[in-house]
Design a protein around this ligand. Structure first.
Ligand code: FAD
Length: 455
């Protein structure tokens, strides 16, 4: 679909960014680069979002109680990145092992503390700390009569209590609140009568509490793979249920005596038994739901203009701008199955350029048409709406599209090739992909690229 470009909107000057994770930090940098005045609201004391590990967990281990105290991070203690560090680099700020300090974590797939250090370095080197209001939670964002945005926030003191409330008006709001905090859990027949313990991976930290237990992990994505390997060293047995598997007898996992892969759960029972669709059954002590997360914007009041329907946030033009509120409201980081930091950066450059008036958007009607066309494409492909932001095979095209809007060259080839190589390696070597790979030639290309920026 070819879209005409409407006249550039009047430039905005003062922008609120919600969240100081990777998305909020790079958004703040890009907005300021475009000459906008930026305030970043961050409810935590620290910057880094997901990458601020805490041993603390939520009062409701399934994360369903809306009144629970929210813990932002879903990291477990042993977590190492599932992408090579080169692929996690922002364009002009290499996450090179050459940047790690003496004694730092120079592994290609480093532990989570190294990622946090990278983000802290990013904030320091680009002088972002002065823009951030820490321990300030945004509670309400609503458009006022003259089209500006009222942002209500409260200060959160160290003990988690309430401090002062504030209300301010901004020309634009960029939402960067993260999408790995509101757990989604599996629907399991009979679960109300099942007597065991349940938690979501959001509240998993360390394996020791599962010593000698029979643990059932639901899911097939990165956290299910990691957590099963973490726990299997301590648990009596680990069973993994993957709903995409055919209903065949359970398979013992190569390299493990006490770990099996099952098809989907058929039912659970009051005697603690879990029955699978393959007909097998196991007496289980704990179920861990590694079943992903829902988008959640509790502070956003748009009178139903922007909704989350079957985990699709919409309508959003190119996953970023809601046509009715464009360009003054934008979302960074919605798509999944991506190289997140790179995508955040490209989306942020686009948003910043549009908000400053340098880059034009299509008309509202054209943007809505584009969203409709995207939904139709999904429907014809037989994908449910909740796959609307899954970029698995469109990521590279999307990045280049964003780059083009910003008059930047397409993303350098090694990044795409490395992302693909890492995915294939992860599949081929699920136990060791973080320490064995075949793409050294791409690392050389990345390091060559990085020499422009390392100092
Ligand atoms: P977050 O990091 O969640 O930051 C959002 C920020 O917004 C937080 O600081 C939060 O406190 C703040 N906030 C939220 N609501 C409010 C409010 N109302 N008011 C004020 N502040 C608010 N990505 C990779 O690239 N490589 C990996 O290996 C990788 N592994 C991962 C492993 C796990 C277990 C998870 C959960 C994610 C992983 N990711 C990985 C994805 C990761 O989430 C992204 O890389 C990225 O860090 C997300 O950044 P974000 O800024 O969008 O969100």
């Amino acid at each position: 679909m070819v879209l005409s470009l409407a006249a550039a909107p009047p430039a905005v000057s003062r922008v609120a960014v919600i969240g100081a994770g990777a998305a909020g930090l790079v958004a703040a940098r890009e907005l300021r680069r475009e000459g906008l005045r930026v305030v970043v609201f961050e409810r935590d004391a620290a910057i880094g979002g997901t990458w601020v590990y805490t041993p603390a967990t939520e009062s409701d281990p399934l994360g369903l109680d809306p009144g629970r105290d929210i813990v932002q991070s879903s990291l477990y203690e042993s977590l190492r990145t599932n992408l090579p560090r080169e692929c996690m680099s922002f364009l002009d700020f290499p996450f090179s092992s050459r940047r790690a300090p003496d004694g730092g974590d120079t592994r290609r797939f480093p532990g989570h503390r190294e990622v946090l250090r990278y983000l802290q370095d990013f904030a320091r080197d680009f002088d972002l700390y002065g823009l951030i209001r820490s321990r300030r939670e945004v509670e309400r964002v609503e458009r006022d009569h003259d089209g500006r945005w009222q942002v209500d926030s409260r200060s959160v003191d160290e003990a988690g209590g309430d401090g002062g409330d504030e209300s301010e008006v901004f020309d634009g709001v960029v939402v960067c609140n993260g999408h790995f905090t509101e757990p989604r859990i599996a629907e399991i027949p009979g679960i109300d009568a099942w007597p065991g313990k349940q938690l979501h991976s959001h509240n998993y930290r360390v394996p020791e509490p599962f010593t000698d237990q029979v643990v059932l992990i639901i899911g097939s994505a990165a956290s299910a793979v990691d957590i099963s390997r973490d726990i299997v060293r301590y648990a009596k047995e680990v069973h993994i249920s993957n709903r995409s598997l055919p209903d065949e007898p359970p398979r013992k996992q190569p390299g493990h005596d006490n770990m099996w892969l099952h098809s989907m759960i058929a039912s659970t029972h009051s005697d603690g038994t879990v029955v699978f669709r393959d007909g097998s059954s196991v007496q289980v002590d704990v179920i861990i739901h590694c079943t992903g997360y829902n988008y959640h914007f509790p502070f956003l009041k748009t009178n139903g203009i922007i909704t989350v329907d079957d985990n699709c946030v919409g309508p959003l033009y190119k996953h970023v701008f809601p046509p009715s509120h464009a360009p003054s409201l934008a979302f960074i980081g919605i798509p999944w199955k991506v190289a997140p930091f790179l995508m955040f950066e490209l989306q942020s450059k686009w948003v910043a350029g549009v908000l400053s008036g340098r880059i034009a958007l299509p008309t509202k009607e054209e943007m809505l048409e584009d969203v409709k066309a995207w939904y139709s494409e999904l429907e014809s492909a037989g994908w449910p709406k909740r796959y609307a932001h899954n970029m698995s095979n469109k990521q590279f095209e999307y990045h280049d599209w964003l780059a083009k809007q910003c008059e930047l060259p397409p993303v350098v080839e090694w990044r795409n090739l490395m992302y693909e190589a890492a995915g294939k390696n992860r599949e081929a070597r699920p136990e060791s992909y973080r320490d064995e790979w075949d793409d050294d030639h791409l690392i050389s290309q990345a390091e060559e690229d990085f020499t422009k920026f390392l100092y």
